[in-house]
Design a protein. Structure first.
Length: 201
């Protein structure tokens, strides 16, 4: 993987870019930047493994569908995360040509990355980086989606077999929408935070 090529592509598409050796450094970086804000998290296995909710909750109001307060549902918390000042999520794939890919079943994660925040951070491990847009779409559909379906113990062919997308019609299907960020959205700051670790799916 060529970090310099990825950096050049992302900067050319309007994103800020930062890179860290490990998740502890990345969390410290985010902790130092985000103060007294409302923060939404995008139901991310990467952010969950990094302890971002716990770290940022000390001095921000954080809404994370994976940490629902008593009496509140996933959907209620997910909706609150859409109207926050700061939004953090990951990606299913990141092309060295500068495109970001996410697949979503409910839509909260892709919706949160598109509009309405002061800034969006895309936090990803190096395992998400591939060469081209076509490779990124393939990875999202055939690696990330099956692994997420397995994690959630869903009744889909990809979860049972764990090898690829089967274009199923299962009620548990999680790949209902796919978002391609071709470049940074207008009127909102966006930053890719890359970590030199295997994180998430």
């Amino acid at each position: 993987m060529e970090i310099s090529k990825l950096r050049e592509s992302l900067l050319g598409k309007g994103y800020a870019f930062s890179c860290f050796d490990n998740s502890e450094q990345a969390v410290a970086y985010l902790f130092g930047l985000i103060h007294n804000k409302t923060v939404g998290l995008g139901d991310s296995a990467t952010l969950l493994s990094m302890g971002v909710f716990q770290k940022l909750s000390g001095h921000n109001k954080v809404f994370d569908p994976q940490h629902c307060p008593a009496g509140e549902s996933f959907m209620e918390v997910a909706k609150k995360s859409l109207s926050t000042e700061i939004y953090l999520t990951s990606v299913n794939a990141l092309a060295q040509t500068g495109e970001l890919i996410n697949i979503d079943g409910t839509g909260n994660r892709v919706a949160g990355s598109l509009f309405g925040h002061e800034k969006v951070y895309f936090v990803a491990g190096v395992n998400k980086v591939v060469a081209t847009l076509e490779d990124a779409i393939w990875r999202a559909r055939n690696i990330a989606a099956p692994k997420n379906a397995m994690r959630l113990k869903l009744n889909t062919p990809c979860a049972v077999r764990g090898d690829r997308c089967y274009e199923c019609s299962s009620p548990d299907r999680i790949c209902n929408g796919m978002l391609i960020h071709l470049r940074k959205m207008d009127d909102m700051d966006m930053e890719v935070v890359l970590i030199n670790e295997q994180l998430g799916y």
